[in-house]
Design a binder for this molecule. Sequence first.
Ligand SMILES: Nc1nc2c(c(=O)[nH]1)N[C@H]1C(S)=C(S)[C@@H](COP(=O)(O)OP(=O)(O)OC[C@H]3O[C@@H](n4cnc5c(N)ncnc54)[C@H](O)[C@@H]3O)O[C@H]1N2
Ligand code: MOO
Length: 449
Amino acid sequence: MNTHPARAGEDADDLDVEEALALVNDNRRTAGRSPGTGHGDERHRNATDWSDARAAAELAGRRTGRRGPVQVPLAEALGLTLAAPLTALTDLPSFDTSAMDGWAVSGPGPWDVREQGVLAGHTAHAPLTDGEAVRIATGARIPPDTTAVLRTEHGRLDDKGRLHVAVPQEQNTISHGQDIRPRGQECRDGDHLLPAGAVVTPAVIGLAAAAGYDTLATVPRPRADVLVLGDELLSEGLPREGLIRDALGPMLPGWLRALGAEVTSIRRVPDDEDALHEAITASGAEVLVTTGGTASGPVDHVHPTLRRIGAELLVDGVRVRPGHPMLLARITENQHLVGLPGNPLAAVSGLLTLAEPLLRTLAARPAPEPYALPLRDGVQGHPDHTRLIPVALRDDHAMPLLYNGPAMLRGVAAADALAVVPPGGARPGQEAAMLDLPWAAGGIGVCFT
Ligand SMILES: Nc1nc2c(c(=O)[nH]1)N[C@H]1C(S)=C(S)[C@@H](COP(=O)(O)OP(=O)(O)OC[C@H]3O[C@@H](n4cnc5c(N)ncnc54)[C@H](O)[C@@H]3O)O[C@H]1N2
Ligand code: MOO
């Protein structure tokens, strides 16, 4: 019966009995919603559609007052967004330059060769006279009145030390300007090189340095404080006596940073309402990320604490599997809380559904280009929730991975992207939208950590 890989992780964890029955009955309207079941509480009646939840998170970011631009040294700018256009501070090249190792020559050959050559990084030599040549290195400044550069491999010195063109067809002539990079060939002082909003990649840092910059005006990373809830969590060693290792504390800083945040703190908070209240109210970060405590268990303190501080719930549950108890709240005009469910893959789902659009807009990063790929195998859908399934990208298709249950990281650890599977599922070969993981090939933020 197990005809496609997506089923391996979902049976026990992801689809409860009622949902499994709902799949069999294909009863889309009531699945997972009826009172008296694990997922039937009032709160999740208000769950937001997956794409609306992403839009709400993006809007929340856009409505937040942004901190002003900061000037940062080039070496610290990687992964930030340009707050102002990158404008050339000089011509590039800033002087006429030799494109090759060889001789700078003036007029047609043969040429008398000057004794002292011209190296890169040295000041200009005296002007050449017609019929004169001088040894020159790639990148060196062209002496005035040079008409061309003759490459080493195209020149020959006769026994009197005179230079000839050694290319048979060319009778001691080379075209005017050959192998000279004229000043301003790439850009002129003041030229617009990149727009505000461009992400600072290693190439952008190189260009900025070449164009004369020591620092760049950038949008500061939004600060994120992470609160990891759960008394059952261990920080080291093997799971024992009902205790498990905290997987999210170690995972979130790198992930949040790749999404554009500066993680300012990460701390464990005991399952205690006052402790959570204190931790939330003490934070000055623009974004608080909590893990666990979003559902309705006896120690799920996130909702009561948000009520206590008068936060506004912008998203309270999302019609997505895994991760449907995720939430987004506005604490103040400039502070939001993303509540990630405790199940690790459900937390990843919350990261990509709510944290990514929020952090992206706060960091003023461009939205990734949407794209879709055919799924190699069919994926069973939830009757009325979107599913996010780890996939590996292979050539022109996406391969759904095993071990995609909400408590599992094994699938996503081998994945390049999450496939967005619409309610009802997807057939083999059906196209699904892809959410790239930040480190996947082509994704922005790759290793900009
Ligand atoms: N009555 C209901 N129960 C549950 C519902 C529901 O709708 N009604 N939803 C289920 C779903 S779906 C999820 S997801 C979880 C979300 O639960 P919480 O956000 O309240 O998280 P916890 O209960 O604290 O933990 C859930 C699970 O994850 C483990 N966990 C928590 N933190 C970590 C961590 N840092 N590293 C590794 N594992 C972690 C925790 O031990 C639990 O096993 O609720 C369902 N229940
Ligand atoms: O089934 Mo929950 O939504 O684990 O994520």
